[in-house]
Every structure is written in C-alpha cells, then in structure tokens.
Design a protein around this ligand. Structure first.
Ligand SMILES: NC(=O)c1ccc[n+]([C@@H]2O[C@H](COP(=O)([O-])OP(=O)(O)OC[C@H]3O[C@@H](n4cnc5c(N)ncnc54)[C@H](O)[C@@H]3O)[C@@H](O)[C@H]2O)c1
Length: 377
C-alpha cells in the first residue's frame, strides 16, 4: 500500500473544481509513490458544498475552515478561496502541522505573505503557491532555452494579460470587485501570474512605475438588490526594471474587449526571442540569431514531444493538452515534495516576492512615480 496524503480543500467553486480534478487525475497519469486521498471539502453554502463533494468524490464536508484545519485526518490544506482568507487559513494550517497549497495571489499584501512564509517555515511544512502557469510545458521549455543562453542576455520582458468579462456594465458585483476581499482586482488576479513568470524566466524586479483604473464604479448586486461600489482595479499596467538590466512591461485588464484569457509573453534577448500565448498553450515561438540570415524568422515549436516537460505522461506528439493539466502537474510536484520532505516551487517565498512587486506597483500608481521593490524578502 502506498502512503496516503489526505487533502482538505477550502473553496468549492472555480479553483475548487480545478484542484479537485487534479487530485483525481494525478495518480492516473503519473506513477507516484503516494496516493492523494480527497478527505474533506469546506464551503459555506451547504447544498452547493454537498453537490461539489458528491460530484468530485470528497469523502466528507465541513462548513468551517477552522474545523477542517484542526482535523487529525488531514495532511495537506488546499486554499481555493477569495484572497482575504488565504493568510488566516494558511497560518492556522501550518501551525496545525499541515502542508499548505495556496491559490494566488498568495495574500492581500506583502505583510500577510510574510506571516504565511514565517508560519510555514517555523512549522517545517511544505508550502506552495498555485502559480500554475509555471507548469505549462511551453513555459518550461522557454525557461530551459533562456537558461541555456539560446536568446542571450534578456533585454525585454513584455506581458499582457487580457480578459473582457467586465466590459458589460451589467456584470454583477462579486468579491473580485471589492478591495477588502481581493486586495486588488485585475492586478492581483492577473499581474500576479505574469510577475511570477517574469521572476521565473528573467529574475528579480527592482523598481516599477504603474497606473491603475476603475472604469465602472458601481455594479448591480446579485438578485437586483441595488448596486455595489467597485473598489478594486479594473486594469493595472506598469513598467519594470529588472535587477539584471532588462526592461519590463505588464498590463492586466478585464476590459480588453474581445480577449478572453489572452496571456501573452514576449522575451527579447541579444541572441533571440520567445513568444508565448496562453490561448495557444501547446506552442512556443522561438527566434534565433544563430539561424542562417535568410532562414531567420519566428518558428512555432509544438511543445508536445515526449521529450518536453510532463508530456510523456500524456499523449503522442500533437495530441494537445489543456489548461487543466497545469494544475495536475503542480499537484504531482507537490505530492512528490511532501513524500520526499523537500521544498517545492513556487513556494511562499516566491509568493511573497511576487506580492512585493504587486504592492510596489500599487504604491507607484498612487504616488505617481517610480517605486523601488524591496531588495530582500
Ligand atoms: N491559478 C489560477 O489560474 C486561478 C484562476 C482563478 C482564480 N484563482 C485564485 O483562486 C482563488 C479562488 O478563486 P475562484 O475563482 O475559485 O473564486 P470563486 O468565487 O469561484 O470561489 C471562491 C470560493 O471560496 C469560498 N469561500 C470564501 N470564503 C470562504 C470561507 N471563509 N470559508 C469557506 N469557503 C469560503 C466561496 O464560498 C467559494 O466557494 C482566488 O485566490 C483567486 O485569485 C486562481
């Protein structure tokens, strides 16, 4: 019998479903030394919670995360709730000796993120932030090419993350519009991903200059009960200076009319360039100055060979994978790390460093000037 790792998940909606799917699939496709057990799911709405537990096969339910965290039969707490709850759940879970897997952004601000990192380190538990795009095979290939010097010294890292679901003024108010529950809006939701990818691919950011906007300041409340005041940004953009000399630009907006989940990265180096778009997740575009002059041009690499990261567990070449696979990949690595007693990345340190960049961009947009990112965590 393999050793079991019992999971308790908090949050039953979008990410609750994505993570549940990962626990179900991971052991079917990867030969793991441990078995994840879907022990308990926690939510606030009992009928929704029971339906979720039935649909995904969670063994039991709780309506209080405090009770879930205190249970002796839980080894790993998976946090899939709105951002304001991340810190209290993660700190309590770590203090109770549980490993912690937390959705991004890690927290409401860097102070909270630091409390989470400290609690996890003091408890000696494994900790991971669900920056799932680090486990897109094409992104991992990009990292390998950059580290191998294939594009030379990086000069530019440009990221746009475009969605358009808020273009409709009748879109109902929810926690993502409330700075008290989300910490920020598009910024913490979408720039969190691209800042993490920037750190992963290029390195630390040392200063930022940003601007934020709320385009529609009131939205209808669910059920027609009046309007809610929007306090979280609809869009945030910022320029960045990397420690190693590269320049960066970031734009996250929910007002990119016609764009659904368009995350595009462009990395330009002294010897070549890379372009990735999440809506073409299996592809990476690569330009190399090492190619003969007349043959130069961006080539599209189909990242579905068994030699590409994670792909040998899936399908033959060209049989593409999807967005949900990124969660399966991160859960696989988390379970392996728990079994081995080793660190897994991105961890709460990465969550904190990302948060420091996000916080600096907000401070910059308020102050109207460049703001330094703390040199150390
Ligand atoms: N990695 C990604 O690509 C990605 C994508 C979307 C969201 N997220 C992140 O995942 C987290 C959740 O987002 P979502 O889209 O699933 O939100 P959601 O609104 O779909 O679901 C949030 C869930 O949290 C529950 N919840 C909130 N407070 C709770 C509490 N005190 N106790 C128990 N349950 C509570 C809600 O009832 C709901 O089930 C956020 O941090 C978000 O930024 C990550």
């Amino acid at each position: 019998m393999k050793e079991e790792i019992a999971v308790g998940i908090v949050g039953t909606k979008f990410m609750g479903r994505a993570h549940s799917n990962a626990y179900i699939d991971v052991a079917h496709f990867f030969d793991l030394p441990v078995s994840p057990v879907m022990r308990v799911a926690c939510g606030r709405n009992v009928p929704d919670l029971e339906a979720f537990a039935r649909q995904f096969g969670w063994e039991s339910t709780e309506t209080s995360w405090e009770r879930l965290v205190a249970r002796d039969d839980v080894d790993l707490v998976d946090i899939c709730t709105s951002n304001v709850t991340h810190m209290p759940i993660a700190v309590a879970a770590a203090k109770a000796g549980k490993h912690v897997f937390c959705e991004k952004p890690i927290a409401m601000n860097a102070d909270e993120a630091r409390q989470m990192l400290d609690a996890a380190c003091e408890a000696g538990v494994r900790h991971m932030v669900a920056f799932n795009y680090r486990r897109v095979p094409a992104i991992m290939l990009a990292k390998g090419l950059i580290d191998a010097g294939k594009i030379g010294a990086v000069r530019h890292f440009n990221a746009v993350y475009y969605q358009d679901w808020l273009v409709d003024p009748d879109y109902e108010f929810n926690w993502r519009h409330d700075v008290k529950e989300g910490g920020s809006g598009a910024h913490g939701d979408m720039n969190a991903h691209t800042v993490d990818l920037a750190r992963y691919l290029v390195g630390e950011i040392e200063a930022v200059s940003g601007a934020q906007e709320i385009f529609i300041r009131e939205r209808p409340l669910a059920g027609g009960a009046g309007v809610g005041a929007v306090t979280a940004d609809d869009a945030t953009g910022f320029l960045a200076r990397f420690r190693d000399g590269a320049l960066g630009s970031f734009m996250a907006t929910r007002f990119a009319t016609g764009r659904k989940n368009f995350l595009r990265l462009e990395v330009f180096g002294s010897e070549g360039g890379l372009v990735f778009n999440l809506e073409r997740l299996n592809e990476l575009k690569f330009y190399s100055r090492a190619d003969a002059d007349q043959e130069r041009g961006y080539r599209t690499i189909m990242v579905t060979e068994s030699s590409h990261p994670f792909i040998s567990a899936w399908w033959p070449p060209g049989h593409i994978i999807g967005w949900e696979h990124t969660f399966i990949h991160e859960v696989r690595d988390l379970l392996l790390a728990i079994d081995a007693g080793e660190a897994v990345y991105p961890d709460f340190f990465d969550g904190l460093r990302c948060q420091q960049v996000l916080d600096a961009a907000v401070a910059s947009s308020v102050a109207g000037r460049w703001v330094a990112v703390p040199a150390e965590a």
